[in-house]
Design a protein around this ligand. Structure first.
Ligand SMILES: [Zn+2]
Length: 256
């Protein structure tokens, strides 16, 4: 069983707005959230919408994430720009994922707007799939603009050579829910990016309760590598599949 957390941590999942403001919350609130929903059983994805009135979008939403990226529409997608001068300094196991938090100053520019990087975290196996293909790990780089609008950049990992960019966080992966570490070596998010920033673009949601919609999603086309040992290390920290099943695309278009 997972130990009751003793550290004060922040989390994307509860409440996500607080996380975006960089606030911490109490261990009690953290523990309560961790137990509110899960990835299997009676609190699993099929039941999320029934667990709390605030989770209604998980069931009623028409633009939910993740999705299988297929039937891609060819478009003239503008280049995105990443300006990431500051480094991540904290790694957290919130019981649902492992997350690296960033101080302010890292900017994604897309469609003439600026979004600041707040954190990245991981899902294993991947949540989004590409033409039906799943990957052993997917990273979500969560950005917010000044109004709280979210833009998430998804990066797929395929098994191969060890990923050096991940290693500062992997060296200090908290193995228990509620654990957090200050990184001895800060993490440079640019080192987790593939050489090409070409992407697929669609609208979606948070992939965890409350499944809030209106999230700009960009999934990078080029995967990066991760070793089998690194995937296994993540699975020791999060010892269950933490991917929500793919959701109906409905009326959305996926542009490439
Ligand atoms: Zn995610």
């Amino acid at each position: 069983m997972l130990k009751k957390p003793t550290a004060v941590i922040s989390s994307l999942t509860m409440p996500w707005v607080a996380l975006l403001e960089g606030m911490a919350f109490s261990p009690e609130a953290f523990s309560e959230d961790r137990e509110r929903w899960s990835y299997s059983g009676k609190r699993g994805p099929a039941y999320w919408a029934t667990l709390d009135d605030d989770f209604a979008s998980c069931g009623q939403g028409k633009n939910q994430s993740p999705i299988n990226l297929t039937q891609l529409l060819d478009g003239e997608l503008p280049e995105i720009e990443l300006h990431y001068p500051t480094q991540g300094d904290k790694v957290i196991n919130n019981g649902h994922t492992v997350q690296v938090n960033f101080p302010s100053g890292n900017i994604l520019r897309m469609e003439g707007q600026a979004f600041e990087l707040k954190q990245f975290h991981f899902h294993s196996p991947s949540e989004n799939t590409i033409n039906g293909q799943s990957f052993p790990l997917e990273a979500h780089f969560v950005h917010a603009d000044k109004r709280g609008n979210l833009a998430v950049v998804g990066v797929m990992f395929e098994q191969g050579a060890a990923n050096e960019g991940l290693q500062p966080a992997w060296n200090q992966l908290p193995l228990h829910a509620g654990g957090q570490e200050t990184l001895d070596v800060p993490i440079d998010a640019t080192k987790l990016m593939p050489s090409s920033l070409e992407y697929y673009r669609f609208n979606g949601s948070l992939t965890t309760p409350p499944c809030t919609e209106g999230v700009r999603w960009l999934v990078l086309k080029e995967p990066v590598s991760i070793s089998k040992e690194q995937v296994e290390a993540f699975q020791r920290a999060i010892p269950f599949d933490n991917n929500r099943p793919v959701q109906p695309v409905n009326a959305r278009v996926i542009v490439q």
